[in-house]
Design a protein around this ligand. Structure first.
Ligand code: DX5
Ligand code: ZN
Length: 215
């Protein structure tokens, strides 16, 4: 066991067959399922919302790793938690100041789910150091959030050791964007222990082979 959690992003899955697509990656070794929620404001794309999370909860026992790329995240924490999300990761940049970041984290924890904080490529890792003891997961974006299938930004991966150095024991460091067999190795060797991969897994013809090649 490598201890690395692979979280396939269903953004690149066949949306007409999500139950089957989730079952297939589970059988192929996925630890979690990554759900990309986009609101058309925080990012220039619209994807999945609360009813889809609720439906997926009924058909899988995999951890629903929910990535909120939305403005005003605090408003939607409880509905997503009630829908069955296990992890709620919000964007630091979607908050207007320290108070709001803390309130979102508190709200997530009070909703009984795990809390993640994410940073976009241009955000320095130092900005989230004050929250590392409060969250369960840090998501380092290695592309600009909004779309699957983009190219991995190497500079962003250099944030991983900086975060790891400051991280309390047990903090999950996740990367998302442009992850494939090569970039996965870069990230895990730098200290990441959770890999989100969308197009690399779902556009492959053998999900097991694709997932195995990330580890
Ligand atoms: C991008 C999303 C990612 C996306 C990754 O904004 O957060 O989760 O699905 O897709 P790939 O792995 O294709 O870069
Ligand atoms: Zn994502």
């Amino acid at each position: 066991m490598s201890g690395i959690i692979v979280s396939p992003s269903i953004l690149s899955a066949d949306f007409a067959n999500l139950e089957r697509e989730i079952q297939s990656v589970k059988e192929a070794g996925a630890g979690w399922i990554h759900i990309d929620v986009m609101d058309g404001h925080f990012v220039p794309n619209i994807t999945i919302g609360i009813p889809v999370v609720k439906s997926l909860r009924k058909v899988t026992d995999l951890v629903l790793d929910t990535h909120l790329m939305i403005e005003n995240p605090i408003k939607y924490i409880e509905p997503f938690a009630q829908a069955g999300a296990d992890i709620l990761t919000f964007h630091y940049e979607a908050c207007r100041g320290d108070e709001e970041v803390k309130s979102v984290i508190t709200k997530i924890k009070n909703s009984g789910v795990k809390a993640g904080i994410s940073i976009k490529p241009k955000t320095p890792p130092e900005e989230i150091f004050p929250y590392l003891n409060e969250v369960d997961l840090v998501l380092v974006m290695t592309v600009e959030p909004g779309f699957g299938g983009q190219e991995f930004m190497h500079d962003c991966a250099m944030k991983i050791p900086k975060i790891k150095e400051q991280a309390p024991e047990g903090l999950i460091i996740q990367v998302d964007g442009g992850i494939n067999n090569l970039t996965a190795k870069i990230c895990t060797s730098l200290g990441a222990n959770s890999l989100v991969a969308g197009s690399y897994i779902y556009k492959s013809c053998d999900y097991k082979k694709a997932i195995d090649s990330l580890l």
